[in-house]
Each structure stands twice: as C-alpha cells, then as structure tokens.
Design a protein around this ligand. Structure first.
Ligand code: ADP
Length: 455
C-alpha cells in the first residue's frame, strides 16, 4: 500500500505536501518496527546461541544514525530527532551505570543525545531527553534489579528490557507525531481556508465600495434628472400658456375669415396644448414627490373618504360604487398617500367595463410580521398579462386617448410613492375581468399599537 502510494506520488506529484509527509512518517514507523523486530530476534538468538548482545544494540544505533541522515534530506526532522534521541537514550543509559560508569564513553553518548535532540528536534525536546535521562539514571541507580550478579539479569540483560522501552517510546512518539502531522494538516487547511475567506472578504469590500460609488452616482443623476424634470415642466408651462391663449384669441378674432377646416385645426392645436399642459402639471407633481418630508398620522379611512369626495362627480356619472373596509393608520406624507389612492381608484372607475357598473373596493389583503398588504380591486377591463409591469413606467398607456383619456403618469406616481415608503406595488389581473392593485407597506410605518389602545 505504501509503495503504491509512493509510486502514485511520483506519478502524480500534485498530491498535497502534508499528505506526503504523513505517508512518509508511516513508512518510517514500519521501518522502525522491522529493525526492532530484528533486534528482538537478535536478543533471543543471543540468549540461546551466545551472540554478543552488543551487536543488537549497535544495529539499533546504526539504524537510528542512518535514519537521521535519511530524514535530514527527505523527512520531518523534528520527528526523526525525537525518535532517534529517545531510542539512543533508552539504549545507552544503562551502560553508564551498569557497565561503564560516569567517565565511560557511554556517558559521552548520553551527552550526545540531547545534542541530537537540539539538532534534529528542538530545545524543548532536548530538555525533555535530559530529564528523562536523569530520572531513568536515578531509577536505575537505586534499584537492585540491575545487580549484575543476579541470575535473572544474566538470563535477560538490561538491554532486553530497555529495547522494549525503546520500542514503546517509538510507538508513543509515532502517535504524538502522527497527531502533530494531523494537526499541521488541519492548521494548513484552516490557513488556506482563512486566506480564501480573507480574499473573499476583500472582494466583497471592493464590490461594496463599487456599489456604494454606483449608488452615489445614481442618486446624483436621479437628483439631476428630477431637477431637470421640475425645471423643464415648470418653465415650459409659461410659453405653452401663451400659445394656448393667443391661439384661442386668434380663433375668436378670425372666426369669420376661417374655413371650417382651419377652425378644426386650430381646435386641435388648443387641444394639444391643453394635453401638454396636463402632462407638464403631472410631471411637475411627479418630480415633486419625495421632496416633502412632513410625515404625519394618516388614517387611511379618512383618505378614502377624501378620495370619494374628490371623485364624487366621476362616481355619479358612471354610477360607480366605492367600498372601503376598516383600514389602518400609517405615518406618511398625507398628500402623497391621497394621490396614490386617488390615482388607483380613479383608474378603477375610468377603465371600467362597458357591460357592468364600475365597482372599486379597497381592503386589507394580508398582514405579515414585517409588512401589510392593501388591495385596490376593480371590476374593469383588466390588464393583459404581458403589460402588468410596464404600466408602471412613465407615459406608458395601453389604450388610445380617444377611448380613455390620461397622461400615463398616474401609476408611475403610485410606484414612486411606494418606493419612497420602502414598499412595493404590483398588479394581478385577468383581461376583461378586473384588476387588483396590491400595495405592500412596511410595518415600520404602521401606527404603534400603544397609540391604537390609547385611542
Ligand atoms: P393614465 O391613467 O393616465 O393612462 P396610468 O399610469 O394611471 O395612466 O395608467 C397607465 C395605463 O395602465 C393606463 O393607460 C391603462 O391602460 C392601464 N391601467 C391602469 N389602471 C388600470 C385599471 N384599473 N384597469 C385597466 N387598465 C388600467
């Protein structure tokens, strides 16, 4: 499996670096096991055939030294440093006290171990080995288990046990190191994710900045456009008034000299001017929307009453019916709210079906936790499905002027009023079967419940 992985790594060098380190640590572990198995076998051989037990110890030592060299070039140095220093320590300490004494060459090896730790592990590792050595030495010194005259020790020399200890250390350290590698892997992936998040954050900040800039530019251009619409509609009113006035004067003075055709043409001019004046008036009103910030309590029942009064003649002429059910009180600009409902109700009557008497109803459609929806419903001619959105655009009309008069600004005004309130307006309709205009208001403009109770 490991060999396969190694080949795979050589073929696909894109395998992540940390994965490879983990794999290599595993390979080293197996190598360790093999060598230690060999050492055990050597000890048993020695026990039965008299082979010098030092051979096994030297095998372990040599193996560790080679390991250091291999790892220096290919491996995780901390891992190898820890393993090597510990295994050498475990193997050599007893020699100091059991066979050599403090001034023996074994003692020099003991000094060499922490140096190894420092070189290939780290400072903490070196300190740890020194402590281990000391504790181990003290333990060995005060225990009579290592009395060389004991028949037990003759049969099983200290190395036998110590190699076992060594093996335990190796297993332990492999586990710790595997854990460390896992940890490193985790840290690496977290760092990677963090970097990705940082990059995304940067991107979002840049995009937000761009959006804010675009918003400011849009607001400025909107303001300029509104200003332009206001100035144009205001200033154009005067020359138009003059055209209308003087055309009417000419019509009156030249009445006897004009042919019927010319009279009719002049009538068209006056009619056109009137229409343009109405359009300019509507446009002026439209551009004024949102400029008035005088928010006040608006009882929508009172608004409906006012609308009914304003359209009294229209209802009378068309025999129209206007019904409104108990409606909420909101905070808004009174004149704009009146304009909103008046436009919708007037349209409901204006675009009535020839076959039935017009009826317009205003009622609360639904109340949500953050908004409420009112509905203005009529039984008129309805709106084709493909025109449901465009009727809210400026000057957009679906019917010709001869049939239904108007400037095409009414619904655009409604939308602007709703936009300014943070609401929405849309229509559901079936052609020939009436329309229902939905007005979604945010609950924030509702009259607070306490005030309702006080009332
Ligand atoms: P205007 O009423 O001056 O024509 P609006 O902006 O109020 O302009 O309406 C735009 C168009 O939407 C109207 O010309 C009409 O075709 C259509 N419309 C508006 N309200 C209704 C309605 N209640 N029923 C049918 N059509 C409507």
């Amino acid at each position: 499996m490991l060999i396969y992985k190694f080949i795979d790594y050589c073929i696909h060098p894109k395998i992540k670096e940390d994965e490879f380190i983990f794999f290599r640590a595993k390979a080293l572990m197996w190598l360790h096991l093999i060598v230690y198995l060999y050492t055990f076998v050597a000890f048993f051989l020695e026990s039965f055939s008299g082979v010098n037990n030092d051979v096994a110890a030297w095998v372990v030592f040599l193996y560790n030294t080679i390991l250091v060299l291999i790892l220096k070039y290919f491996g995780n140095l901390k891992l190898s440093g820890n393993l090597v220093a510990l295994s050498v320590a475990a193997m050599l300490v007893p020699h100091v006290f059991v066979s050599g004494g403090l001034l023996s060459d074994n003692f020099l090896w003991c000094i060499f171990i922490p140096i190894l730790g420092l070189l290939y592990g780290d400072f903490k590792a070196a300190a740890f080995y020194l402590c281990c050595l000391l504790l181990f030495s003290i333990y060995l010194f005060y225990t009579d288990e290592y009395d060389l005259t004991s028949p037990f020790l003759k049969r099983y020399p200290p190395e036998y046990f110590l190699i076992s200890y060594d093996f335990l250390f190796i297993v332990l350290f492999f586990m710790i190191n595997s854990f460390r590698i896992e940890q490193q892997k985790l840290i690496a992936s977290l760092t990677e994710k963090n970097e990705l998040l940082q990059a995304q954050k940067k991107e979002i900040i840049n995009k937000t900045k761009d959006l804010e800039e675009a918003k400011v530019a849009l607001e400025t251009s909107n303001k300029e456009l509104e200003q332009f619409a206001y100035v144009a509609s205001h200033d154009l009113k005067e020359p138009l008034r003059m055209i209308s006035m003087y055309t009417q004067m000419l019509q009156r003075r030249l009445k006897q000299h004009l042919t019927d055709d010319t009279q009719e043409f002049m009538g068209f001019v006056i009619e056109g001017v009137k229409r343009m004046q109405q359009m300019l008036e509507d446009l002026l009103n439209y551009s004024r929307l949102g400029k008035n910030h005088d928010m006040q309590r608006v009882d929508l029942n009172n608004t409906m009453f006012l609308v009914e009064q304003n359209l009294k003649m229209v209802f009378k002429d068309t025999k129209g019916v206007f019904i409104y059910e108990s409606l909420p009180t909101i905070y808004a600009v009174n004149s704009e709210i009146t304009q909103l409902f008046q436009n919708l109700v007037a349209n409901g009557i204006k675009f009535h079906h020839k076959m039935r008497e017009p009826e317009v109803r205003v009622f609360t459609h639904s109340i949500d936790f953050d908004s409420f929806v009112l509905c203005v419903k009529d039984n008129g001619i309805g709106i084709p499905a493909d025109s449901k959105n465009r009727i809210f655009n400026l000057f957009e009309r679906l019917n010709n002027r001869e049939e239904y008069e108007g400037t095409g600004i009414g619904l655009a005004t409604c939308r602007k009023v709703m936009d300014n309130l943070g609401g929405e307006i849309w229509v559901e309709s079936e052609e020939g079967n009436g329309s229902c205009f939905f007005l979604k208001f945010p609950n924030s403009i509702l009259e607070p419940i306490e005030e309702l109770i006080e009332k």
